[in-house]
Design a protein around this ligand. Structure first.
Ligand code: LLP
Length: 469
C-alpha cells in the first residue's frame, strides 16, 4: 500500500489527516520562514544556516547536531534590550547556557538569570559580572547560597521561609549583605491562549499573595540585617502568548508592592515580571515581537502604578525561550522509514532518526508540537503525513508528532527540526547511553563547535567500575 496518490495525499483511501491546524503544503520542500532562524534558507533543497550549508556542516560534525544561528540569537537579545530599554533584561540561562552564549548575551547588554551552582559556574567561567547575575531556585542549598553571596551575585530570588533563614545565616557567617527579591505567586496560571485563576496556588514556587505569605516574607526580609530587599518577583509560566496573564499578575503584584509601601513604609526600588514569552514551533503559534510586548507590559504597569498612586519601580524581565529558542535547529539523519498500517487501513509513515527524546524531551514530556524539513535534497514526491521518532527504547520517543514530508523520504536524508534552542540541549539526557549532541554555531559561512559532542569516555568517566576492564 502506498500512502500517496497522484491527486495528492488527501485522496488516498483512509489517508491520515493529522491535526486540524496542519495543512498539507503545496511544496513539501519549502520552509515556513516564521519557524526558522532569520538566516535560514533552502538552496537547491539544502538547508543553509548562517551561510553554512547543513550537509557540509554534517560532513564535519556528524548528526545529531544542534545548529545555532549566532546572528539570530544576538538579534533577538538586542531586540529585547532595545524594546525594553528602561528595564533590566535577564536572559534565563535554563533555556540554554554555555560559556560562549553567556558571553554573547553579556555583549548584547543583557544580564543573566541562573538557577543552580552549575549555571552560576558557567556564567562566572564566561567572565560575567556577578553583579549582573540573578539567582533563582526553590530549594537552594546552604552551599549554593554561600557561593552566590561570596561571589557577589546581584540578586537572590528567595522562594521560602526556610531559604530566608538560611540566607540570613549565610550572610551573617560571611559578614556580607545579599540583595534579595521575593518570589510571589500572583494567583495566575498562564497558558498559551488562556489563563486560569484557580489551580494556581497549588505549586511549589513562590510565596502566595492571597494567603498572606508574600507580605510575611517581605516583613522577614526587611527585618533581616544581612538582607537588602530589592523588590518582588513574579513569573507566571512559559510559552505564553496572551498578555492578559501578565496583566492580572502585574496588577496583583503591584498591589502588594504598594501595600509594602503603606504598611511597612518601605519603597521597593525594583519589580521583576519574569519571562515566559512564547515562540513559534508550528504555524499554530503567533508570537508577539519584543517591541509589542514592551509596549503592552509598560502600559499595564504605568496604568496600575497610576491607579495605585505609586512611583514606578525599576522593572526587569527574564526571557529565555524567546531569545534562544528560534535561534537553533537540530539536524538528524534518517535511519529507517516504516509504513505502519493502522486500524481502518490508514498508513502512518514512521521516520526514525539518530536522536530523539535524549536531545529533545519536549514532545514526550509536554506533548509539544514541532515541525521539520528534509535538509539535504529537493524532492518532487508528493507530501505524506509522517511521524518523526527517535532511536530510544520507548514508544513515546517522538520528536515531531505530525509533519508533511516528501513521500520518498529515505534513510540517509538529513532532517532538520526548527526552534529547538530552548529546553532541548539544556534538558538533554544520556538515556540509553546516548551521547549528547554538539552545539555548532554558524555565522557568515563559518561553523564553530561551541559545545562538543559527548564521547563514550565522557560517559564512562563517572563509572567507577570502568577502569577494571
Ligand atoms: N524566569 C523564571 C523564574 C523561570 O522559572 C523561567 C522558566 C524563566 C524566567 C524563563 O522562561 P522562558 O522565557 O524561557 O519561557 N522546560 C519547559 C519550560 C520550563 C520553564 C521554566 N522556567 C519547556 O521546555 O517548555
Amino acid at each position: 500500500m502506498t500512502p500517496t496518490h497522484e491527486a495528492g495525499w488527501a485522496h488516498v483511501e483512509g489517508a491520515l489527516r493529522g491535526p486540524g491546524w496542519l495543512r498539507p503544503p503545496d511544496d513539501a520542500n519549502a520552509l515556513v520562514p516564521s519557524l526558522w532562524s532569520s538566516t535560514t534558507r533552502k538552496v537547491d533543497g539544502n538547508l543553509v544556516v548562517g551561510q553554512v550549508p547543513i550537509p557540509e556542516l554534517v560532513a564535519n560534525v556528524n548528526t545529531p547536531a544542534y545548529v545555532l544561528d549566532e546572528a539570530d540569537l544576538r538579534a533577538r537579545a538586542r531586540a529585547f534590550r532595545d524594546a525594553f530599554a528602561d528595564y533590566d533584561v535577564y536572559y534565563a540561562g535554563k533555556a540554554f547556557l554555555c560559556t560562549t552564549v553567556a558571553r554573547w548575551i553579556a555583549e548584547e547588554g543583557l544580564s543573566l538569570d541562573v538557577c543552580s551552582d552549575g549555571e552560576l559556574t558557567v556564567a562566572l567561567r564566561a567572565g560575567l559580572d556577578p553583579a549582573r547575575i540573578g539567582y533563582h531556585g526553590n530549594t537552594k542549598t546552604e552551599m549554593e547560597l554561600m557561593r552566590a553571596v561570596a561571589e557577589g551575585v546581584g540578586r537572590i530570588v528567595v522562594d521560602s521561609f526556610d531559604e530566608i533563614e538560611r540566607l540570613e545565616r549565610v550572610t551573617a557567617s560571611l559578614g556580607r549583605t545579599a540583595k534579595v527579591m521575593v518570589r510571589v505567586t500572583a494567583g495566575v496560571e498562564a497558558h498559551t491562549h488562556e489563563y486560569i485563576a484557580t489551580a494556581h496556588e497549588d505549586q511549589k514556587f513562590g510565596f502566595s499573595i492571597t494567603a498572606g505569605h508574600a507580605l510575611e516574607a517581605v516583613r522577614r526580609v526587611v527585618a533581616a540585617p544581612g538582607l537588602d530587599l530589592l523588590g518582588l518577583h513574579s513569573h507566571i509560566g512559559s510559552q505564553i502568548f496572551d498578555t492578559s496573564g501578565f496583566e492580572v499578575a502585574a496588577r496583583r503584584v503591584l498591589a502588594l508592592h504598594a501595600q509594602v509601601g503603606e504598611e511597612l513604609g518601605v519603597t521597593l526600588p525594583e519589580l521583576d515580571l519574569g519571562g515566559g514569552f512564547g515562540i513559534a514551533y508550528t504555524t499554530q503559534d503567533d508570537p508577539s515581537d519584543p517591541a509589542q510586548l514592551a509596549i503592552e507590559m509598560s502600559k499595564i504597569v504605568e496604568h496600575e502604578c497610576r491607579a495605585l498612586g505609586i512611583d514606578q519601580p525599576r522593572l526587569s524581565i527574564e526571557p529565555g525561550r524567546a531569545i534562544v529558542g528560534p535561534a537553533m535547529c537540530t539536524v538528524y539523519t534518517v535511519g529507517t522509514v516504516k509504513r505502519v498500517e493502522l486500524d481502518g487501513g490508514a498508513v502512518r509513515t514512521y521516520v526514525s532518526i539518530d536522536g530523539g527524546m535524549s536531545d529533545n524531551i519536549r514532545t514526550a514530556l509536554y506533548d509539544a508540537d514541532y515541525s521539520c524539513t528534509i535538509a539535504s535534497r529537493e524532492s518532487g514526491a508528493p507530501p505524506v503525513l509522517a511521524r518523526v521518532v527517535g532511536k530510544h527504547c520507548e514508544a513515546g520517543d517522538i520528536v515531531v508528532k505530525d509533519e508533511f514530508l516528501p513521500a520518498d523520504v529515505r534513510p540517509g536524508d538529513l532532517l532538520a527540526v526548527p526552534s529547538t534552542g530552548a529546553y532541548c540541549r539544556s534538558m538533554a539526557s544520556n538515556y540509553n547511553h546516548a551521547l549528547r549532541p554538539p552545539v555548532v554555531a554558524v555565522r557568515d559561512g563559518v561553523a564553530t563547535t561551541i559545545v562538543r559532542r559527548e564521547t563514550v569516555d565522557d560517559l564512562l568517566a563517572t563509572d567507577l567500575g570502568a577502569s577494571d576492564t
